[in-house]
Write a protein that binds this ligand. Structure first.
Ligand code: SF4
Ligand code: SF4
Length: 443
């Protein structure tokens, strides 16, 4: 018997406990320091119990379980729902200080209605057998122009008549005025961004050429919730606005949003995907963002009513009392995500839509697909990335983001590492308090 390749053992900050997690066997335990150190040394103190839970294994038997779990994971893709992004235009009315799309804006193609019909025809044909929904993306799709409104109308009708849900990613400035139209469609959710309290948001997300945007966005969120449309509020975080995140949380709590069944939140880390930021020094790493957020929550636990960070699989573990299934792949590009734009071009996902050299096909005026590129993307998982093969964190990490890998290593099939151990430690300290206390008072 030997230690499982998939044991993740991490110290829990602020306690004398260690968290042991194994995504392949589906087990998680809190260990005392001596047990953890003995396991690390390869001289475990309670080998029978550890073997029963899959922490000590026969290597061949574990390899067989791994192969079966991988086959199950891949087979599951067939029934997964596909998210099809459509970009009607790259034009945006905001001049956000960190916008990654400001460097590329492909020229508009042919008549917008004709291209949109070609998109729907492509969806009808190519994704006929898949569960799917459409997401309207940009640029900013909900502009105040008649042309933008017309395309949203066509999109609402096109999805509704096909029985498809429509999601929308918007900056929210004109959202309130679109709500009556959206009420006629099958709207799954509207994702809208607020970057903090009024002053902070207005500083980071002004209109192009200047102009405040906080109040119109808030009015849009209120209008959606009043109309029964789900809102997914996103905050793009870096060092400039992390502290202010608590103010936004209290604003949302005071508005009653956090009690609304149709309201949820997410954080997007401002990062260096496509080009140098105007102020790269304000960017967080994958770990430092969550470390600082954990400290903020420690000072102001009310923030949790607004946003509960996943901290890798730890929120799931303590909320559900079990681990999620092994994650062999965390990048949905060309598996359950595709992106299309109004020039008739197809991209692997939203991270590269509109970016020169990243196209993988066309749906208008003629159809084509670079099958080699699609295979490269769709075959990406931790079994296809050599750097991931010996990583103990692989079934919690899934290999990260293919676009970041390509940007950093020149290939999609390279690791984009997550600080899984550290995140699990942070999450266990936050969500596992009840479990930790009796243990630390006991032995
Ligand atoms: S490349 Fe990155 S952004 Fe695109 S689908 Fe994969 S994980 Fe998401
Ligand atoms: S991307 Fe890095 S952390 Fe993630 S599985 Fe691969 S080697 Fe491990």
């Amino acid at each position: 018997m030997q230690s499982s390749k998939h044991n993740i053992l991490t110290a829990v900050p602020g306690s004398d406990r260690w968290l042991l997690v194994n995504l392949l066997s589906g087990q998680a335990d809190l260990l005392g320091r001596e047990d953890a150190e003995a396991l690390q040394r390869g001289t475990p103190r309670n080998p029978d119990e550890l073997a029963a839970k899959g922490y000590l294994v026969d290597a061949d038997e574990e390899a067989r379980r791994y192969d079966k779990a991988h086959r199950d994971f891949v087979a599951g893709h067939v029934t997964d729902e596909v998210q099809l992004f459509y970009v009607p235009s790259y034009v945006c009315n905001f001049g956000c200080s960190y916008c990654f799309q400001d460097e590329y804006a492909p020229a508009q193609g042919a008549n917008a209605d004709v291209v949109l019909e070609a998109f729907f025809a492509y969806v009808d044909d190519v994704f006929a057998d898949r569960k799917k929904y459409v997401t309207l993306f940009g640029g900013e799709p909900l502009l105040g122009t008649p042309a933008a409104r017309h395309i949203v109308e066509r999109m609402v009708i096109g999805t509704r008549t096909r029985g498809l849900d429509l999601a929308i990613v918007t900056n929210g400035y004109h959202l309130a005025s679109y709500v009556p139209l959206l009420q006629t469609g099958r709207i799954r959710e509207v994702q809208v961004t607020l970057d903090g309290s009024r002053a902070m948001h207005d500083k980071r997300r002004s209109l192009k050429g200047g102009g405040k945007t906080f109040d119109p966005v808030v009015a849009g969120i209120d209008a959606c919730l009043a109309a029964g449309i789900s809102v997914n509020l996103r905050t793009v975080v870096d060092k400039e606005n992390l502290e202010d995140f608590a103010q936004l949380a209290h604003f949302a709590i005071d508005k009653g949003w956090t009690e609304h069944a149709l309201f949820k939140t997410q954080i997007g880390r401002n990062y260096e995907l496509h080009h140098c930021q105007t102020a790269n020094s304000r960017l967080y790493t994958r770990l430092s963002l969550w470390e600082d957020l954990a400290k903020l929550i420690d000072r102001d636990p009310e923030v949790l009513r607004f946003y509960r960070p996943a901290f890798s699989v730890s929120k799931f573990l303590f909320d559900e009392g079990r681990l999620p299934d092994p994650l062999f792949d965390s990048c949905p590009a060309t598996k359950t995500e595709w992106a299309f734009d109004s020039t008739g071009t197809i991209y692997p996902c939203t991270a590269n839509v509109g970016k020169s050299g990243e196209a993988i096909g066309t749906f208008f005026p003629s159809r084509s697909l670079n099958q080699g590129a699609v295979d490269e993307w769709s075959g990406r998982d931790v079994t296809a990335i050599s750097g991931c093969s010996t990583c103990s964190q692989q079934l919690a990490c899934g290999g990260g983001c293919g676009a970041v890998s390509k940007n950093q290593a020149g290939t999609v099939r390279a690791p984009d590492c997550r600080p899984v151990k550290e995140l699990l430690g942070l999450g266990c300290a936050l969500y596992g308090k009840r479990e930790l206390e009796p243990l630390s008072q006991g032995t």
